[in-house]
Design a binder for this molecule. Structure first.
Ligand code: UDP
Length: 474
C-alpha cells in the first residue's frame, strides 16, 4: 500500500528469491503496476519470483473505484481503505490454494493483521514484516507495556522511555503508537494482537547498528527476529535502482547521474520527505530559501507538484533560475537510492522515514533530521542521540499526515544552519561523517557472505523450506 511498505517488502522478496526461495509478491493493481518493472527484471534474470495481483473491492467499503493509490484517498477514508484490504483475505487464500506450490510461509507487513487468519487457514506460519528499527519497536513496545503515558495529561509533556539503558525522552504527540489516532483504534488493537500471535519478525535493520536494542526487543517480545537489512542493498545496478518503487521517475536516472557527475565529491545535499508527506506551502518557501542561502548544491524532491498553488510554483521557478548551476528540483518521484549513493552527494535532509534513514546509513551520509509523524521521531532519536550521525532541525511536534493541524514552519535561517552543519565539515561535522561512513561499512558487511543479515536471511529460508516440516496439514 504505502510506498514505504511496498518497496522494502519487494526488496525482501527479491532477496529471498536470490537465495533460492520462490517468492510471490501480493499487491493491489496500482501497486502491482509500480513494482512490475522490478519484478520483470528479476524474472528475466532467472529469479523465482511472481507477482500476484489482487483487486480491491472498493465499492464494498464505500471507496471510489480504483482507490488503491493511497495518495489519492482523502484522509477521512483511510479507515475504509484498511477495511478493503481485509476483504483480500478470501481471494488471497483461494489464490494460494489454487496456484502450486503450496506456500510454506506468509511474510506480511505488520499492518496486515488479517493475514493471520489466512495463514491459520492454510496451516502455515506467518511472519510480521517491519521496515522499522528495533530501537523504535522496543521503545514503543515498552511505553505500552509499562503504561507510561497513563500519567500524562499533556501530549507534549516528555516522558522517559522505560526499560532501555540510555535516557530517551519522547512525547505522546511524537509517538502515540502505531495507528493510535482517532478512527483507527480498532486497527491498532488488531495489529498489536496479530503481532503478539506472529511466528516471528522479519526486520529491515541490521544487528551491528543496534545490537542492544535487537537483543532487548527479542527478549521483550519472546519472539524470533530476523534482521535482514538494509534490504535496499539488494540493488546493485542502475537499472534496478531506477525502476525501484515506480514505473517512471520524474527525472531520467541517467540525467540525474550526469548532473551529479558535474559536482565535487560530497558537495551536494539531497532533500526529500518521502512518499507521503505533503509540505505546507509556507514551509516549502522557507526550505527553498534556506537551501539557497546554504550555498551548497542540492537536489530537492518535491512530491505531487500539482498540489501547490501558483504562488509556490512561481517561487520554485524563480529559485530554479537563481540556483540554476547548483540546484536540481525533481517534481515527482526521484531515483533516491541511486542519488544517495552518488559520490557527489554528501548529506541528506530527511523526514526520517525508516527506509530513507536506512538508505542514507547504507550510503554513509550524515543527516539533517526533520520528522513529521509515525515512527519518524524515533528514527530521529536513533540517528541523532544513539548513532551520532544526525543534526536535528528542531521540530518537536508532529505535522499530521496529509493535514497540518497546527502550523509549524521552520525558518530559512534554521534550514541554512542545519545544512551547513552537516555539509561544512568542522570538528563535529567530521565526527558525524566519520561515524556515518563507519556505519555504512558495517551495513554493507552485514549483507555480504558471513554477515549477520545474510546469515539471518539464509536461516529464514532454511527454516521454511518445503522439506523443513513446517507445513502441517491442508
Ligand atoms: N522514494 C523514492 N523516490 C522518491 C520518494 C521516495 O525512491 O521520490 C523511496 C525511498 O527511497 C524509500 C521510500 O520511497 O525507499 C520512502 O520510504 P520512507 O520510509 O523513507 O518514507 P515514507 O514514504 O514511508 O514516509
Amino acid at each position: 500500500m504505502y510506498q514505504g511498505h511496498v518497496i522494502p517488502a519487494v526488496d525482501t522478496a527479491l532477496l529471498l528469491a536470490t537465495h533460492g526461495a520462490l517468492a510471490s509478491v501480493v499487491a493491489t493493481p496500482y501497486n502491482a503496476a509500480r513494482i512490475r518493472p522490478t519484478i520483470d527484471i528479476a524474472r528475466q534474470s532467472g529469479l523465482p519470483i511472481r507477482l500476484v495481483e489482487l483487486p480491491l473491492d472498493c465499492a464494498a467499503v464505500g471507496l471510489p473505484d480504483g482507490a488503491d493509490d493511497v495518495d489519492k484517498i482523502p484522509a477521512e477514508l483511510h479507515a475504509n481503505y484498511f477495511s478493503a484490504l481485509e476483504l483480500l483475505a478470501a481471494p488471497l487464500e483461494r489464490h494460494l490454494r489454487a496456484h502450486p506450490p503450496y506456500p510454506t510461509c506468509i511474510v506480511s507487513d505488520f499492518c496486515h493483521a488479517w493475514t493471520v487468519g489466512v495463514a491459520a487457514n492454510l496451516h502455515v506460519p506467518r511472519l510480521s514484516f517491519f521496515s522499522m528499527c528495533a530501537f523504535c519497536l522496543l521503545c514503543q513496545h515498552n511505553l505500552e507495556r509499562f503504561n507510561t503515558y497513563d500519567s500524562v495529561t499533556d501530549d507534549n509533556e516528555p516522558v522517559v522511555v522505560p526499560g532501555v539503558e540510555r535516557r530517551i525522552e519522547v512525547t505522546r504527540a511524537q509517538a502515540p503508537g502505531f495507528f493510535r489516532s482517532p478512527g483507527f483504534d480498532h486497527l491498532a488493537d488488531g495489529v498489536e494482537r496479530a503481532h503478539a500471535q506472529a511466528d516471528g519478525v522479519v526486520m529491515n535493520s541490521f544487528l551491528e547498528m543496534e545490537p542492544e536494542y535487537v537483543a532487548v526487543y527479542v527478549a521483550a517480545r519472546k519472539m524470533k527476529v530476523w534482521t535482514i537489512g538494509p534490504v535496499s542493498l539488494y540493488h546493485r545496478n542502475a537499472a534496478t535502482l531506477a525502476a525501484r518503487g515506480n514505473t517512471t521517475t520524474a527525472v531520467a536516472a541517467d540525467e540525474c547521474v550526469r548532473w551529479l557527475d558535474g559536482k565535487e565529491a560530497r558537495s551536494v545535499v539531497y532533500v526529500s520527505f518521502g512518499s507521503i508527506v505533503h509540505a505546507d506551502p509556507k514551509q516549502l518557501v522557507e526550505l527553498g530559501l534556506g537551501l539557497e542561502a546554504s550555498g551548497h548544491p542540492f537536489v530537492w524532491v518535491l512530491k505531487n507538484p500539482g498540489y501547490y498553488g501558483d504562488e509556490v510554483n512561481e517561487f520554485l521557478g524563480g529559485l530554479e533560475e537563481r540556483v540554476a548551476w547548483r540546484g536540481m528540483l525533481i517534481r515527482g518521484w526521484a531515483p533516491q537510492v541511486l542519488i544517495l549513493n552518488h559520490a557527489a552527494v554528501g548529506g541528506f535532509v530527511t523526514h526520517c522515514g525508516w527506509n530513507s534513514t536506512l538508505e542514507a546509513i547504507a550510503a554513509g551520509l550524515p543527516l539533517v533530521t526533520w520528522p513529521h509523524f509515525s515512527d519518524q521521531f524515533w528514527n530521529e532519536k536513533l540517528a541523532v542521540e544513539v548513532l551520532g550521525i544526525g543534526v536535528s532541525i528542531g521540530v518537536k511536534e508532529p505535522v499530521v499526515w496529509q493535514a497540518v493541524e497546527k502550523e509549524i514552519v521552520v525558518g530559512r535561517e534554521v534550514v541554512e544552519e542545519a545544512v551547513r552543519s552537516i555539509m561544512d565539515g568542522g570538528g563535529e561535522g567530521e565526527e558525524r561523517r566519520r561515524k556515518a561512513l563507519a556505519l555504512s561499512e558495517k551495513a554493507r558487511a552485514a549483507v555480504q557472505e558471513g554477515g549477520s543479515s545474510l546469515s539471518n536471511l539464509l536461516d529464514l529460508i532454511k527454516r521454511f523450506e518445503v522439506d523443513a516440516g513446517v507445513r502441517t496439514t491442508e
